[in-house]
Design a protein around this ligand. Structure first.
Ligand code: 3H9
Length: 708
């Protein structure tokens, strides 16, 4: 029988091979279950029922994946029939055995399709999961009802609440699949399995009737444990508790009632702003990879690396590269510093060995790829060199002069500077086209963000190599232009000032931190300052003192605190007190007295701030500077600002990032706030021209998010 598409342009086709009707979903890139796939699947099941020769049905995905889930782009639009739960019901109700043969991703709705089939086989590449929680959702096509019935409440809750993927072997052990295929292709393995089932006259076996919840006591205990754990961990998140409610229905209600409740809760999740924020984050972190240079050029070779400087940053970058399997050569100015740099690297691996997360042998094999030298000549063969020395232009230029002298033609020469002018560094050597900024965040082996800072003369393939390095190091790259602070630190400097202004005007640092935490951040700005060390910000303020606008407001509280030698956690005192090295600080009455004295000196009568006002000011400052950064092309699009803040600054993912948040609040409202605040301080609060323009046009930041 010829390949029959379900309709003329359907991504689902079916063909009968002897007595098995093979249904193939071919909807690149990941076989998402858009409306055409749903229609095609429904038509294929109807065809299977009508085909007297077909004794079984096999569902497979074309390409690398089975099905990656519902088509996320459809959420928020008018739903088109048939719904996914209807398609799943049609599969489960089919009168002939249905087999799902899985390769690659069977995620979300993809796994729910497989759970609706009567038999499941996975080949080694399979990864199965219900990751809806990461999108602010719950499995909405029977996943909360079928998975517990199939694998028990405990395993199902763990899978759904974590959103993690299980490999083929684990899926078999859990009971998610019935069989492992030995070959790599799902089609022949699935076909052989389906034929075997036909030969054995295997019955239709519906997951809705599976009995893994039979031990009611154990199921209830698992549910209560998950409820307690979720209450503790998922602060502020909407969908995890809804997941528990839905799974509870699997324990207590007949299948159809459970399905109805799942649907109701799923639609509540769909309507929540968290769904919009999390799905924006999902697409934004993929869009940032699409910079003009990654489209225009191929990356250069990236096999070996050099690092200049073995301090916290240099060592962290070295670890990130070693973890990615690269050989790393570290350069320091003398043997003592080199030994310190090596020790900084080794310390990270010793920590892992101590925690049992790495064997001593594995550590030795990683460290065998690490070498050190006090001579730049050791970098002659390196494909990429990252400089992480002291933040001083003269020092950096001296390093680059050495790199210019020793590095091979075509080597990428990167600086990890946080704020120095990379154009000036590039212009100081004979090969400016090879110079790029790679701004890592501390600790560099852990933090995901990597700003790829693009100076004027850099070659496109060098920028593309920066993105390739990020991929190798499993980091999230964001393209940034050259300016003081690039995207992240430039915006941080502004909203940090807004926090200082509020502190001087009457809000305590503790109130501000609490408001920011309640918004969803793990920490408030004053806690972050104590963690990072107050001396770092102090040095920057001193550096900028000469160029500061004399008309601009300058809050001196931080300087008063630093003058006392209170640099935060490392000195057991900063904005908070940390008795005996405690990590959680306690409010300090002496800090409040310092703030009071500063208010008096500045002639300010303190007033109270509501949590709402604190966040409106904090976010307005962040959004306004974000708009400036986009307007000046430092960030390509608003989404690049969002990803920077999600991965480098602890911005709550469920809010999507500052620019997405601004769209959700409404740009006219944000602008009105800024105009209101400007009445008291017109120097600090200047509406960004881009924000004004978007409000005038009735547009939002999302309208600027198309890929370049
Ligand atoms: C759900 O199923 C709800 C149901 O329970 C209930 C419904 C009623 N839709 O990641 P990649 C795009 S919720 C639309 O770079 P990889 C992606 O944007 C869903 N598009 O590839 C990218 O586009 P572009 C639950 C999607 O190989 C391209 O595909 N499922 C979807 O590194 C390639 O993606 C999930 O949450 C989608 N579902 O990783 C799984 N998925 O090329 C989400 C991907 O234009 N997906 N795209 O940038 C993933 O985790 C990964 O994409 C996957 C492949 C592991 C599958």
């Amino acid at each position: 029988m010829a390949q029959t598409p379900a309709t003329s342009a359907s991504p689902v086709s079916f063909t009968r091979q002897a007595d098995v009707l093979v249904v193939t979903i071919d909807n690149p890139p990941v076989n998402a279950l858009g409306v055409d796939v749903r229609r095609g699947l429904a038509a294929a099941i109807a065809a299977a029922e009508a085909d007297g020769e077909a004794k079984a049905v096999l569902i497979v995905g074309a390409g690398r994946n089975f099905i990656a889930g519902a088509d996320i782009r459809e959420f928020g639009q008018t739903p088109q029939p048939p719904s996914l739960p209807e398609v799943c019901a049609a599969i489960e109700n089919c009168s002939k055995p249905v087999v799902a043969a899985i390769q690659g991703a069977a995620l979300g709705g993809g796994l729910e399709i497989a759970l609706s089939a009567h038999y499941r086989l996975a080949v080694p590449s399979a990864k199965l999961g219900l990751p809806e929680v990461a999108l602010g959702l719950l499995p909405g096509s029977g996943g909360t009802q079928r998975a517990p019935r199939l694998i028990g409440a405990k395993a199902a809750l763990e899978l759904i609440l974590s959103g993690r993927h299980a490999g083929a072997k684990e899926a078999l052990a859990l009971g998610l699949v019935d069989r492992l295929g030995e070959g790599s292709e799902a089609l022949p393995e699935g076909l052989a399995y389906a034929r075997e089932l036909v030969a054995a006259k295997a019955p239709v076996r519906r997951t809705r009737d599976a009995q893994a919840l039979a031990d009611a006591e154990a199921s209830r205990a698992a549910l209560e444990a998950a409820r307690a754990d979720t209450a503790k961990k998922s602060r502020g998140l909407f969908s995890p508790m809804k997941i528990i409610e839905a799974v509870e229905a699997a324990l207590t209600k007949p299948f159809d009632e459970g399905m109805a409740l799942e649907r109701k809760l799923f639609l509540q999740c769909i309507d929540s702003p968290q769904r919009a924020g999390l799905i924006h984050a999902f697409f934004a972190e993929r869009e940032v990879l699409k910079a003009p240079e990654t489209k225009a050029a191929k990356p250069r070779t990236l096999e070996s690396a050099g690092i200049i400087g073995g301090g916290t940053m240099g060592a962290g970058i070295a670890v990130a590269m070693l973890d990615a399997g690269m050989p790393v050569t570290m350069i320091e100015r003398d043997d003592v510093q080199l030994a310190r740099g090596r020790a900084n690297v080794e310390k990270v691996y010793d920590g892992l060995v101590k925690k049992g997360r790495m064997t001593p042998e594995a550590k030795d094999s990683v460290m065998a790829r690490f070498s050190g030298s006090t001579s730049y000549d050791a970098l002659a063969k390196a494909d990429i060199v990252v400089e992480a020395v002291f933040e001083d232009m003269a020092v950096k230029k001296a390093v680059f002069a050495e790199l210019d002298r020793v590095c091979k033609p075509g080597a990428v020469l990167a600086t990890n500077t946080s704020y120095l002018d990379i154009d000036e560094i590039a212009a100081s050597i004979s090969r400016p086209g090879d110079v790029v900024g790679l701004h890592f965040f501390s600790p560099a082996n852990i933090m995901k963000l990597l700003e790829i800072v693009v100076p004027a003369k850099v070659s496109a393939d060098v920028v593309a190599t920066g993105f390739e390095l990020a991929k190798k190091l499993k980091k999230v790259p964001v393209r940034a232009g050259v300016c003081d602070g690039f995207i992240g630190n430039r915006i941080l400097a502004v909203y940090r000032q807004a926090a200082d202004h509020m502190m001087e005007d009457g809000a305590s640092p503790y109130e501000i931190d609490a408001a920011v935490r309640n918004f969803g951040y793990p920490m408030g700005p004053f806690q972050v300052s104590d963690l990072a060390g107050g001396d770092i910000g102090w040095a920057t303020r001193k550096r900028k003192a000469a160029t500061r606008d004399p008309k601009a407001r300058y809050v001196q509280v931080a300087d008063r605190i630093c003058e006392r030698g209170w640099f935060g956690q490392k000195t057991q005192r900063g904005y908070y007190l940390y008795p005996e090295g405690a990590r959680t600080g306690q409010p300090d009455p002496e800090v409040l007295a310092i703030i009071d004295a500063e208010r008096q000196r500045a002639g300010i009568t303190p007033r109270s701030f509501s949590e709402d006002e604190i966040m409106r000011r904090y976010m307005a400052a962040m959004i306004n500077e974000g708009a400036n950064v986009v307007h000046q092309r430092i960030a390509l699009r608003p989404l690049d600002v969002d990803v920077t803040f999600l991965y480098g600054y602890g911005f709550p993912r469920f809010r999507g990032g500052p620019m997405k948040y601004a769209d959700m609040v409404g740009l006219p409202k944000v602008l009105a706030d800024i105009q209101e605040f400007a009445k008291q301080d017109p120097v600090f609060w200047k509406p960004s021209p881009l924000l004004v323009e978007l409000v005038e046009r009735g547009a939002d930041f999302a309208s600027l998010n198309q890929s370049e």
